[in-house]
Design a binder for this molecule. Structure first.
Ligand code: T5A
Length: 207
């Protein structure tokens, strides 16, 4: 008998939006419903993609935007083929901290690369794979950056100026408006307890 495909849930948003925090919460919530869950992140999720992540986040050499974009997709293909697809096919839910929307937001709106370039790579790499639900954790970049600064050392993306982070935020919101059936925007600037209540409402309604 064919097993029912799992659900693919993605968390997106700017720096310090709380995605890692809420990814754990969503995994626990799904497990409490008796679901088997794989929790993962981008860039990363497989040994190859985690090695690429190090170059992308910690690299000190100049990196052209096109190289950055292609490294994101190189990591993503490994992640999809070796982790996400097999998990979904075996009936497990996948909770993923960032996915392709981040490429549109950071490499597209942030770095200024053309959308058509990103959608060509998306078509080639995703082969029709689409998240069932994209949760956009939205907050003003000043609030998110203050949170990550409190945490200590910052990576290549967290060091980008406010104007860059503002373009990133706008792109997430633009993409959420384009596909309201699959996207939900959550106000992540609120206190943790209030975000938890809003997120739980969305999970109970959509999943
Ligand atoms: N990237 C990624 C691209 O450029 N293109 C791509 O295609 C992809 C996939 C990944 C970087 O790669 C870039 C974008 C990213 O910059 P990362 O380290 O995974 O790097 O970075 P983030 O995903 O941004 O993860 P962060 O850890 O920085 O932020 P999170 O996960 O959103 O936030 P979290 O949960 O770690 O919380 C940050 C702090 O804020 C507190 C938390 O306790 C924590 O201390 N916090 C709150 N405090 C008060 N009130 C709330 N509501 C709070 N929510 C969280």
């Amino acid at each position: 008998m064919r097993r029912k495909r799992g659900r693919f849930i993605v968390l997106e948003g700017g720096e310090g939006a709380g995605k890692s925090t809420w990814a754990v919460f969503i995994r626990d919530w799904l497990q409490s419903q008796g679901r088997k869950v794989v929790s993962t992140r981008e860039p990363g999720g497989t040994p190859l993609a985690e090695s690429i992540r190090k170059v992308l986040l910690e690299g000190r050499d100049h990196m052209p935007a096109e190289s950055e974009l292609m490294l994101m997709f190189a990591a993503r293909v490994s992640h999809i083929k070796d982790l996400i697809e097999p998990a979904l096919m075996s009936g497990q839910d996948v909770v993923c901290d960032r996915f392709v929307d981040s490429s549109y937001a950071y490499q597209g709106a942030g770095r200024g690369l053309r959308r058509e370039l990103i959608s060509a790579l998306e078509r080639m790499s995703l082969q029709g794979l689409k998240p069932d639900l994209v949760l956009v954790f939205d907050l003003p970049p000043v609030v998110g950056l203050a949170r990550v600064q409190r945490r200590g050392a910052q990576d290549r993306f967290e060091r980008e100026p406010l104007a860059f982070q503002t373009r990133v935020r706008r792109e997430f919101l633009r993409r959420a408006r384009l596909a309201p059936r699959r996207y939900r925007v959550i106000d992540a600037s609120q206190p943790l307890e209030k975000v938890r209540v809003d997120l739980l409402k969305v999970l109970e309604k959509t999943l």
